[in-house]
Design a protein around this ligand. Sequence first.
Ligand SMILES: [Zn+2]
Length: 338
Amino acid sequence: MDVKSLPKVELHRHLAGSIRIETAFDMAEAAHLPVPARSPQDLSPYLQVLEPMEDLGQVLEVFQFIARLFTTETHIERIAREVILDAAAENIKLLELRFSPDYLSQSAGLSWDRLTGFLLEGVEKARQEAGDIEVGLIAIVSRNLGVASARRTADYARRWKDVLVGFDLADDERAWPSSMFVEALRPLEALGLPLTVHSGEATGPDYVKDTLDSLHPRRLGHGIAVAADDALIERVVREQVAIEACPTSNVRTRCVPSFAQHPAKTLLDRGAAVTLNTDDPGLFDLTLTGELEVAQTQMGFSGDDLLAVQHHALRASFLPLDVRTRIAQRHFHGLTLA
Ligand SMILES: [Zn+2]
């Protein structure tokens, strides 16, 4: 399997975790951050996680630093454009990109609606430059910002429902379990916005059950804990809940001890709709191509498995059926999606 030339589909990538280091350097200068950085590489310790960390909490600390970089909306346009160009360069044909308006705006008090305008501008520019790539935007609620933030983000999604393809709940699931957000996220049902939820990343199967019972998401971000419970594996297969696996992210945050012990291949073999993703390519300094190579060399995925992963991702994507059908016809030999 030539992983580089394989047409790819990615469903789980955070805008704020995808910043090129040169761009982050320019942003740090513009923000007058007190960091001793004379070159982009000097910033690496502040905004990259290149070795396994103590726990997921440490990665969230890096995200606190990244939040301070966002001092003007024009940076958001630049990041969006660059993320999509980077994805297109590695033959990604469909990219779902997620962002938390509350997180992006919190440091400098940016306007959610204004920053969204710039974000859309960046997406459009990149699509015109890159040509053959479809992009879907997902609004994130950061659990850590609380239930009131979730309500505001659901209201934001109502205003921008025509440009969003889905909605996500992210961050610390242990402190903020999914059932706390049922009321706040209820308006999304009427909007017809499908839900993906970060769940079972650094938590156990009970948290995933809570997520499935309370929010009924179509997809699980990470979902590592699913593999620890046979009944739960059968449930995600039966209910066709797709798994957005992010191998390197999980190893670096020590949510799994090693690539060999990552459960993605087991879940795939059991019939789950497993997809492979980068999570945060800037933060972890990686590519989707690299993740697929790791899956092949260290996680037991065959070439056919990697192709099946792209098919699962195209079927589980929140982009409209006609867009996905066009991609299926052009790049996946007319794969049936329905
Ligand atoms: Zn994520």
